[in-house]
Design a protein around this ligand. Structure first.
Ligand code: SF4
Length: 580
């Protein structure tokens, strides 16, 4: 608990909805832990678990791990136990944590801005092939996620990662997570500025910093000057969005975005942040979250709840009066309207220097260490003077930079041979899926293979369809693959069909979008689809959109305005769904 937390000013409107006994805000003096998570964080900083992993757990094995470290503090170093194979999604909510835990870990590698050198990618690939059963997932927060990691191998993995400047630190847990950036930062002809150095500075200064290693909840940052708004700033806890004010470059500050079971879009604070003040403003906003965030219950602990109660005006006043060393900020403009509906940088893009960036879609981010090694070889061979630069996007995509025009087709072909598609169908391009029941202990349904089947079916059934239609498949309400912001978003649940068969199913959210018309998807009562009806339902929906839309109307605009029965046609006939 910091000793210098200021009192809230008297002349600002009070926070709303204060429960009896308060929200558990440190700033209001509520420092006694109110949840088991707050207790273990107070007992010992999550970052301290590293020493025990290195000195005890990796030597004495899985059974030696303290349960609170296992299910709590190990996240501070990017480690979660993965789900024991074969446990039905219907049991997720009923089993004890130790019944769901496998003795293997998911390990998340932090990749600031999604930027990797060939050397770094090779190390990640080698770890995957040698120590993680040759599996690797590119996440929508520009991390690499490994699975099947043994506790015995963790120190060696850290040694290898750290030898090339990578880490798993604060990749999970109630801490500042990996910082998102544009996959084309520094090379994109249309960008307003290159924030890469700023992202690296934020990462260097504020990770492994005990001032910010006990936040009320996870904390997601995005920094970008991409005209396509590719980092989805609207759903980050804090985002700096590049703008021009009277011809001068700076950032528009957004705070309070986040999805999960209570989705909210971030709000503009209304300030113009010069690039050199971004670290100060980041530290100020994050300190407000640390001091005033709600620690009474995990369900309301994200900064979005504080922002929703305070509002941007009060938030700005507290920030400027108490948390900025260098005084108030000027008012700033809103970001320009984003360029088009595709934010993922898939395809071939001319760089500022005349070379080309080639972006490719992976099957819902899934790849292997073997493929990543070949990707590194390709980038090194054809990646010019930089020796090969690879980027991940915030849409589970990969981008290879610095390709000569004469080599572009070679790169496109070789990527395709690795299962990375630079010219994918719209379905292959825009379908995302979270980890799902394969490894996630919270999952109710399978996701990545469901997405793969759906993509193949839709490619066959609707080969001509080419609108930028985003389909996001999630295994539970936590929305790691952002179902509320998809054109068609699926939230996993268990369902029972009319003839009594239990299977995976999904609640359907329609018309979610980010950008100029940012809105969360529409939920229609009773609109649920079993996994076996999924391709048929989506096919029918797209056909109805094509036949009834107005000229130029996007899918999201159409889905938000048509009658409910147009959307529910083809939904499954269910006897029961988990949230009925
Ligand atoms: Fe797991 Fe749910 Fe997140 Fe999917 S959305 S990865 S099932 S927590």
């Amino acid at each position: 608990m910091p000793s210098d937390v200021p009192a809230l000013p008297d002349d600002l409107p009070p926070a709303l909805k204060t429960p009896k006994g308060g929200h558990g805000q440190w700033g209001a003096g509520h420092t006694e832990p109110l949840t088991p998570q707050e207790r273990f964080k107070k007992d010992d900083d999550g970052l301290n678990v590293r020493a025990r992993i290195e000195q005890i757990y990796s030597k004495q094995g899985f059974a030696s791990i303290d349960p609170t470290d296992l299910r709590g503090r190990m996240r501070w170093w990017g480690l979660y136990t993965q789900r024991k194979p074969g446990i039905d999604g219907g049991l997720t909510a009923t089993l004890e944590p130790e019944e769901l835990d496998d003795e293997y870990f998911m390990m998340r590698i932090r990749i600031p801005g999604g930027q990797l050198s060939v050397e770094q990618l090779r190390v990640c690939a080698q770890i995957s092939t040698e120590l993680a059963r040759d599996l690797a997932d590119v996440s929508d927060r520009q991390n690499i996620q490994l699975h099947w990691v043994r506790i015995e191998d963790v120190p060696e993995i850290w040694r290898r990662l750290e030898s090339v400047g990578l880490s798993t630190i604060e990749a999970c847990g109630d801490v500042p997570r990996n910082i998102l950036g544009c996959a084309l930062a520094g090379v994109f002809e249309e960008e307003l500025a290159d924030p890469s150095d700023l992202i690296r500075e934020l990462d260097r200064r504020f990770t492994n910093d005990k001032a910010f290693s006990n936040l009320p909840r996870k904390y997601k940052t995005a920094v970008s000057a991409c005209p396509h708004h590719c980092t989805a700033h609207e759903i980050n806890d804090i985002a700096f969005v590049g703008v021009l004010k009277d011809g001068v470059f700076g950032y528009d500050l957004w705070v309070g975005g986040g999805l999960s079971t209570n989705p909210m879009l971030g709000q503009r604070v209304g300030v113009f942040v010069p690039p050199e003040r971004v670290p100060e403003v980041w530290a100020g906003v994050t300190s407000i979250f640390r001091d005033w965030g709600y620690r009474r219950t995990r369900m309301r602990a994200r900064i979005k709840f504080l922002m929703a109660d305070w509002g941007p005006e009060r938030f700005r006043a507290v920030l400027e009066r108490f948390y900025l060393e260098n005084g108030p900020l000027e008012d700033g403009p809103a970001p320009a309207t984003p360029k088009d509906g595709r934010r993922d940088h898939v395809g071939v893009h001319r760089q500022k220097d005349g070379r080309f960036a080639v972006g490719a879609a992976l099957p819902s981010g899934r790849t292997s260490g073997t493929a990543l090694m070949k990707l590194a070889d390709l980038a090194e061979r054809l990646g010019g003077a930089h020796g090969g630069r690879i980027r991940f996007s915030a849409e589970q995509k990969v981008v290879v930079l610095d390709i000569e025009e004469s080599d572009v087709e070679t790169v496109v072909d070789e990527l395709a041979a690795l299962g990375m598609w630079a010219r994918p169908s719209t379905f292959r391009r825009h379908t995302m899926a979270c980890t799902g029941i394969e490894f996630c202990k919270l999952a109710l349904t399978e996701t990545k293979s469901t997405a793969a089947v759906l993509v193949e079916e839709l490619e066959q059934r609707l080969p001509e369809f080419d609108d930028p239609l985003r389909i996001h498949i999630n295994g539970c309400p936590n929305s790691c693959a952002r179902f509320q912001t998809a054109d068609i978003g699926f939230k996993g649940m268990r369902v029972t069909t009319a003839d009594g068969r239990k299977m995976d199913g999904f609640q359907v959210h329609l018309g979610g979008t980010l950008g100029i018309e940012a809105a969360l998807g529409r939920k229609v009562r009773g609109l649920k689809v079993s996994v076996e009806d999924l391709p048929g339902y989506v096919e029918g929906l797209i056909k109805r959109y094509e036949s009834t839309r107005a000229d130029g109307q996007s899918f999201a605009q159409w889905a938000r305005t048509v009658d409910e029965d147009v959307l529910t046609e083809g939904a499954s006939d269910l006897a029961h769904a988990a949230d009925d």
